[in-house]
Design a protein around this ligand. Structure first.
Ligand code: PMV
Length: 313
């Protein structure tokens, strides 16, 4: 039997991170040209599951490391689709920077679930894929809001409001968005800034509730600007969001430097994306300014610069 391949995109939170943990809306977009992929190939009887992931630190097997997150996700997926235990070689590849706010973990998980479901002869809905990846993220990352697994499994710009169940609405993107992403090269675990924000919120709830309300308000306006293709308005809202994230305390000198460099080079707006303290920022550019913004990010110390387009939908 031949290998079965599947893939999943990276994501960016366009606006609303952190506030989303406190019940405010956020907007996230998939980055379809930046992907993780999984290939599963049947192996000999008794081999169990083995993983080969050159971009993620090598190779491991179910026997050696049964509590590995990807191994557990694979077992959970195969159980759900009636094919556990199985003897499979799983190859994983990813172009997505890890621990950078681009959903690398959820994209790899999503590609894995899709490939295993296809192996089991089942075509899962985006909701089924998302639920499996969310269960895995919850187990290993504490209390994720669920935005990553959702935007990646649906592969569509989304409006996301945490809840049980969460409110997930596909969003209209009136005009393609030209984004330039700058990676600080600083790996930052999501849970650390999330925990720091919680401590500060506990210490001063009125101030932080107000920050979150201001973010919610700009996210509502960003939804309208996105639908109408109003890039200039959207850019200004991204700047507003960055300003609030700085006040909340999740930016960093490196992120601020990249954000300022992008703005000086003519970006319509720029902000950090994801949990902050490291990871990536992005700038909203135009076909005319994209190259210049990218060069400015490199000159300001970005370890990696990625140009990507969010297609209209
Ligand atoms: O860094 P990321 O991409 O995992 O994003 C974290 C986004 C937060 O709002 C800070 C946390 C969350 O769970 O939504």
């Amino acid at each position: 039997m031949q290998s079965i391949h599947a893939s999943a995109p990276a994501k960016l939170i366009l606006c609303g991170e952190h506030a989303v943990v406190y019940g405010r809306p956020a907007i996230a977009v998939p980055l379809s040209d930046l992907r993780a992929s999984a290939a599963v190939t049947p192996a000999d009887l008794g081999c169990g599951l083995s993983f080969h992931a050159p971009d993620l630190g090598g190779a491991w097997s179910e026997d050696e490391n049964p509590t590995d997150p990807l191994c557990e996700l694979a077992q959970m997926t195969l159980q759900q689709f009636g094919r556990h235990p199985a003897n499979l070689r799983v190859s994983l590849r990813s172009m997505i920077p890890i621990a950078s706010g681009m959903g690398s973990g959820a994209a790899i998980g999503t590609a894995l679930v899709r490939a295993l479901a296809a192996y089991a002869g089942y075509e899962p809905t985006p909701a089924e894929v998302s639920a499996l990846v969310y269960a895995s993220e919850q187990r290993f990352h504490g209390t994720p809001s669920g935005i990553d697994n959702t935007v990646i499994a649906y592969e569509q710009a989304i409006w996301y409001l945490r809840g049980d169940p969460p409110t997930i609405a596909p969003l209209r993107v009136g005009e393609p968005l030209q984004l330039v992403i700058g990676d600080t090269g600083i790996r930052s675990a999501t849970r650390l800034p999330v925990a720091a924000v919680r401590e500060r919120w506990q210490a001063d709830q009125p101030t932080f509730e107000r920050f979150f309300d201001l973010i919610a308000d700009l996210v509502v306006r960003a939804r309208a600007a996105l639908a109408a293709g109003e890039a200039i308005v959207l850019g200004a809202l991204l700047d507003e969001n960055q300003h609030l994230l700085e006040q909340i305390g999740v930016s960093s000198p490196e992120l601020n430097r990249l954000v300022n460099a992008a703005r000086t080079a003519g970006a319509l707006g720029a902000k950090l994306s994801g949990a902050g303290w490291g990871g990536v920022m992005f700038a909203l550019a135009t076909p005319d300014t994209g190259e210049r913004v990218g060069r400015a990010l490199s000159a300001a110390g970005a370890k990696r610069v990625l140009h990507t387009t969010v297609t209209a939908s």
